[in-house]
Design a protein around this ligand. Structure first.
Ligand SMILES: [Fe+2]
Length: 551
């Protein structure tokens, strides 16, 4: 395919010169693409920072709450801007061979809130639960959580600040006053200023740098694309490892996890999450198998999701609106079959999007489809085969993924072919967890993985095959950086999405080793609704994959 036509609308040029301070060249737009693939050289031996977990003695992860005072407070969005969820935990967890779960009804779930700090005249009541992570094997420890509370606030005004306290007033155990801001009203000229996107955070010293950089960018919303606490890199006795697969010499009957790491993560994140809404979608490190096939207990219990509000009735996939952006969060570790519930919900959800109201359509899930690193190369092919046509037919603008611990931005692509109407795929699995940054590419000489080695049992089926067309036809890997990869760099960081109007958005990627106001990558994403019209796809039956579950 030849070079796309260079068109740089005046509005973009003006915005670009404003953002870069008139610097030479300015920031490119997707209309300038497809770009010649660029691999940023490793920064010395590659920026690795301190991929060392914060210890349980770190004051940022230690329990400060007394009695049943709330801790690990967080705000998350409902499906529409007039509603949010407030979540928190009371009481302490227990870990040991013999544990006694707390009674979740013993502490009330109350939020007092209002537009002014005093008085907090409105009140909302929610529900509470505890979850257990059980390993009933000799020598292993069981875990039971503190009481987890979720309260939904409704009838809020869009784009406004609200003050709140949460807790149980009858126990005189209310939190300090916190403040959050609702998303702006729906509409093509109404957008949150900045949306932070990060993945694979974990809880290392690198994570603290990522979160510091993120806060310095003053986001209005944080989207986490999976792999949160990495509690599953620990044995139940609290011994940690740097790698999931090479972890421990003694093999347990089931892969262990050390659930207090979730509590540490919640405590560390509270200064951010109690005031900036955070939306999370599951990654493979949230699977956390237990006996009797139980999975995802921490993920399902600790976060609130707009599951019912978005009609999915699932914590694994849901949608929400942020001004003129419709977000679709998808589950990669449950069924994505065309005959499955998630796919049918996605069809309904996409069909219900009015692009005159929410022009931007952003999708997010954990493992990337367009990844050129050796790590997790072609791993999510079955999901791509099932879902790509549907997302393309509805004109998804941007896809955010994690999983691969590095940064990569694609050219616009569909079915491995450069396509000016395909989504822009961005991988930000570079949040800073202890597994460290990945540096090898599948196209590095001698590093193309064996196809069968790319199979992940949790992703269902096996679809990774050789390319059938293009420069890599007949091969599993390209012999150079693939043309669908525009830019890749092995550094830790996070990204910021600033949607400006119904056709233009600025994406910037911020590296941890840089000063707060620096950008490691920047591009204007330009929509072309006239050229790339939405043509809803009629789904035909498709081959069925073997998957974990369909619920
Ligand atoms: Fe992952």
């Amino acid at each position: 395919m030849g070079k796309w036509r260079w068109t740089l609308p005046l509005a973009v040029a003006i915005v670009a010169s404003t953002v870069v301070g008139g610097g030479a060249g300015g920031i490119p737009t997707t209309l300038d693409g497809p770009f010649v693939p660029v691999t940023s050289p490793l920064d010395g031996a590659g920026f690795r920072g301190r991929a060392v977990d914060l210890p349980d003695s770190d004051p940022r992860v230690r329990r400060r709450a007394r009695g049943f005072e709330p801790e690990q407070i967080s705000v998350s969005l409902s499906a529409t801007p007039d509603s949010v969820w407030i979540s928190w935990i009371t009481g302490n967890f227990q870990i040991g061979e013999h544990i006694m779960p707390l009674d979740p009804t013993s502490v009330a779930s109350v939020v007092r809130y209002g537009r002014l700090r005093q008085p907090l005249s409105q009140k909302a009541v929610g529900h509470s639960l505890v979850y257990n992570q059980l390993y009933p094997f000799e020598g292993l420890k069981n875990y039971t959580s503190g009481i987890i509370h979720h309260v939904r606030l409704t009838r809020l005004k869009p784009g406004r600040k609200y003050y709140y306290r949460c807790g149980d007033p009858s126990l005189q155990a209310m939190s300090d006053i916190h403040v959050f801001k609702t998303m702006p009203a729906l509409g093509p000229r109404s957008y949150p200023k900045r949306i932070a996107v990060a993945g694979d955070l974990g809880l290392t010293y690198n994570t603290t740098s990522t979160v510091d950089h993120m806060r310095s960018n003053k986001p209005d919303l944080v989207v986490l694309v999976g792999d949160v606490s990495y509690a599953d890199l620990y044995l139940t006795n609290g011994t940690g490892s740097d790698c999931y697969h090479c972890s421990f010499k003694t093999v347990s009957p089931v892969h262990e996890s050390y659930q207090p790491r979730w509590d540490y993560w919640g405590r560390f994140m509270e200064p951010l999450t109690s005031t900036i809404p955070i939306m999370v979608v599951e990654g493979n490190h949230e699977i956390e198998e237990q006996i009797e096939g139980k999975m995802f207990e921490a993920y399902n219990s600790r976060f609130a999701f707009p599951a019912q509000e978005s009609g999915s009735f699932s914590t694994f996939y849901y949608s929400f609106n942020a001004g003129g952006i419709h977000f679709v969060m998808l589950g990669a570790y449950i069924s994505y079959n065309r005959s499955g519930e998630q796919y049918r919900w996605l069809e309904r959800d996409l069909a219900g999007v009015d692009r005159k109201v929410t022009p931007w359509l952003v999708a997010s899930w954990h493992p990337p489809w367009y990844n050129t690193y050796k790590s997790h190369y072609m791993e999510a092919e079955c999901m791509r085969v099932e879902m790509e046509d549907l997302l393309y037919s509805y004109g998804v603008d941007i896809v955010f993924n994690g999983h691969v611990h590095a940064y990569e931005r694609s050219n616009r692509v569909y079915n491995y072919t450069l396509d000016p109407c395909g989504p822009l795929y961005i991988t930000v699995g570079d949040g800073g967890n202890r597994e460290n940054v990945t540096t090898r590419h599948a196209d590095d000489p001698g590093h193309c993985p064996e196809p069968l080695s790319t199979h992940d049992k949790h992703l269902g089926g096996f679809c990774a095959t050789n390319f059938t067309s293009g420069p890599a036809a007949g091969k599993f890997c390209w012999d150079r950086q693939p043309e669908y990869s525009a830019y890749r760099e092995s550094s830790f960081g996070h990204g910021i999405l600033e949607v400006m109007n119904e056709t233009h958005a600025l994406w910037t990627w911020h590296r941890n080793q840089d000063l707060y106001n620096s950008t490691g990558d920047a591009i204007y994403v330009v929509r072309q609704p006239d050229k790339c019209s939405v043509q809803p796809m009629v789904t035909k039956p498709h081959k069925t994959q073997t998957l974990i579950s369909d619920s």
